[in-house]
Design a protein around this ligand. Structure first.
Ligand SMILES: [Zn+2]
Ligand SMILES: [Zn+2]
Length: 246
């Protein structure tokens, strides 16, 4: 694993100056591993996704589920997009990385996320040449957080994929939905209906492939709501990618 992109190097340097490396999961000393913000013991617990996996959400299949069209996580989703991929399972140290980025203003963990993106089988090839569309935050939430973590991840994905891969932001969030984590699928979907819209002046090109980017795949409802907006605007080639699944 070589976190060699300009983005990764920048964050590694800036991050190490501001935050002497201690493990974001166990608070232990970081030395000897590949990652900068997880200790070697926690790094070994990260589950990087390898095939076979669900074609819709990317969750790895256990042996007995091979051949199923969709996994239990997304069988009730009725996806508007075609396929989906994810990089790691959102558990233990992997969850701590996402939480550090999302809730603790720890942008420096992006360097490790970029490393894990490159380690996940086939993700860079999957994204190459696509237009990556981050799931937008409501402007109020983005001001509070200081950034949209999905936009930062989209830049990591684009840098890892290379070529003509690029990030675009044709979507905006017009309703500040409450935290969705504790809600069931039906309530989430009701909350998300009409939560997203096309940005004024944004154009969707039917000849492009759009890949929606979010930090995590939970029920897929958020990504599906965004995909529905792109589809209504003329997008036909729609996929999704997330950093973590769980
Ligand atoms: Zn640790
Ligand atoms: Zn699935």
């Amino acid at each position: 694993m070589h976190p060699s992109s300009a983005v990764g190097e920048y964050w590694r340097t800036a991050g190490d100056l501001l935050f002497p490396p201690s493990c974001v999961h166990c608070d232990g000393v970081v030395e000897g591993g590949t990652l900068r913000h997880l200790c070697a013991a926690c790094e070994r617990l990260i589950v990087v996704v390898q095939p076979p996996h669900c074609p819709v959400c990317g969750h790895p299949f256990a042996g007995e589920m091979r051949g199923m069209r969709q996994c239990p996580h997304c069988v009730a989703l009725q996806p508007v997009f075609q396929t989906g991929r994810t990089c790691i399972l959102l558990q233990g140290p992997g969850r701590s990385l996402v939480h550090a980025l999302k809730y603790h203003r720890s942008r420096h963990v992006l360097a490790d996320m970029a490393t894990l993106i490159r380690a996940a089988a086939g993700i860079t090839g999957y994204l190459r040449g696509a237009v990556l569309v981050p799931v937008p935050l409501h402007p109020r939430k983005e001001r509070e957080r200081g950034y949209n973590q999905s936009r930062l991840l989209a830049e990591c994905f684009a840098a890892a994929a290379g070529g003509a891969t690029r990030v675009a932001e044709p979507l905006r969030r017009i309703i500040d939905t409450p935290t969705q984590t504790a809600l069931d699928r039906r309530t989430r979907q009701a909350n998300l209906k009409n939560a997203f819209a096309l940005r004024r002046g944004a154009a969707i090109n039917a000849a492009e492939r759009y890949v929606l980017v979010d930090d995590v795949f939970t029920t897929g409802s958020t990504l599906n709501a965004c995909a529905a907006v792109l589809r209504r605007a003329g997008g036909v080639n729609l996929d999704v990618v997330t950093f973590g699944h769980g």
